[in-house]
Design a protein around this ligand. Sequence first.
Ligand code: PLP
Length: 451
Amino acid sequence: MLYFKNRGIFTVNSYSILFYYHIMKRDSEIFNYIQQENQRQLYGIELIASENFVSDQVMEAMGSILTNKYAEGLPGKRYYGGCQVVDEIETLAIERLKELFGATWANVQPHSGAQANTAVFSAFLNPGDKILGFDLSHGGHLSHGSPVNISGKWFDANFYGVEKETGRIDFNKVANQILDLKPKLVISGASAYSRDWDYKTLRKACDEVGAMLLADISHPSGLIAKGLLNDPIQDCHIVTSTTHKTLRGPRGGIIMMGNDFENPFGLTTLKGKTKLMSQVLDGAVFPGTQGGPLEHVIASKAVAFGEALSDDYFTYIKQVKLNASVMADEMIKKGYQIISGGTDNHSMLIDLRSKNLTGKVAEAVLGQAHITTNKNMVPFDDKSPFVTSGIRFGTAAITSRGIDESGMVEIVNLVDEALMAAEDDNKLNAIGEKVKSMMAGKPLFATPVTA
Ligand SMILES: *Cc1c(COP(=O)(O)O)cnc(C)c1O
């Protein structure tokens, strides 16, 4: 009955209680660690821009018996028997996703965002082909051509970045780069860029040189789904995303298309057969780069897409954006320098050099006060990726804990207090206690949608 004595720390329903109770009985070592992590998540302020807190219905689908099922292939075209139920689930996930983004085609099987990108590359590129992506050191992602990733190892990776004076991408400059370079694939999207993207300008340049345009919306996908940012579906050939960041679903990836699923790019002759782009992409996910799909995760994705279609989610994601803009304003008031001077989305990148701090120190100091963040390179950084001059904040997770604008002001005060107390253990511990009491009453699970 240990669990029930401690149940105050969980805000889960009876199904989840049973689930945890069983783990406890059968593997107390792992159960103890899950409890420890539960405490860490519950009592901390989570500012990592790529994280979120799912609802318990999203969690339950992920922890369901669907994990037992093999289902290589697609709904109606499987390599295993007994797929009639998972076919319904996967079809529903695809239909909900298409509705959410106004897509005409979708694949919900990628195990992660990086896997979704790898499938796209393997579908349309040959080793040595030229690609153009956003520079990792300016806020890009490893899977967009970094030499340590397959995208940089197998392809001729080229990069664009932000302007030094503005901290923003000059899309006309990128368009000229596309015209000069004539890459086969152009990738838009970032992990640490707080401004919107001009997909139309990129597409126009891509069309002139016959390049394919991919938008990786892993970070801002939730804001895009609800119309709070420019829509890439109409202008890009392919859109990839994670499902676990602002979209607030299980860890995973997705691939979508809007207008281009019958584009000539897809008319690849394979064994004498002409294929649509969508068919080439389906084949690039399985069997191209993955094995069997994770149907428990796909069910959980379907639940999350269903939530994201609701008005409750619209309220949530608007609050995420508002919280980020309040946070940026408050940080600026305290003398912090935000790259590009503010944010259009859920995230921001802060250059700590004006405060004589490194990203590494800031991450550690905030961590001591139970405020979780990640150090991050800033554009034109003079420090190594292990030290960095910056720190990245995002508001998707903290907003799921029920924090509003006034809470954001409080959080910025705590962040600033902690950063200014960098070597004062007592003070940091005291701030940590304040953080704990602030978060203790806030449910760890995103409010389930009662539709
Ligand atoms: C997070 C992210 C990914 C990778 O997602 P994983 O699920 O960790 O593989 C890919 N692209 C961008 C832009 C991201 O921000």
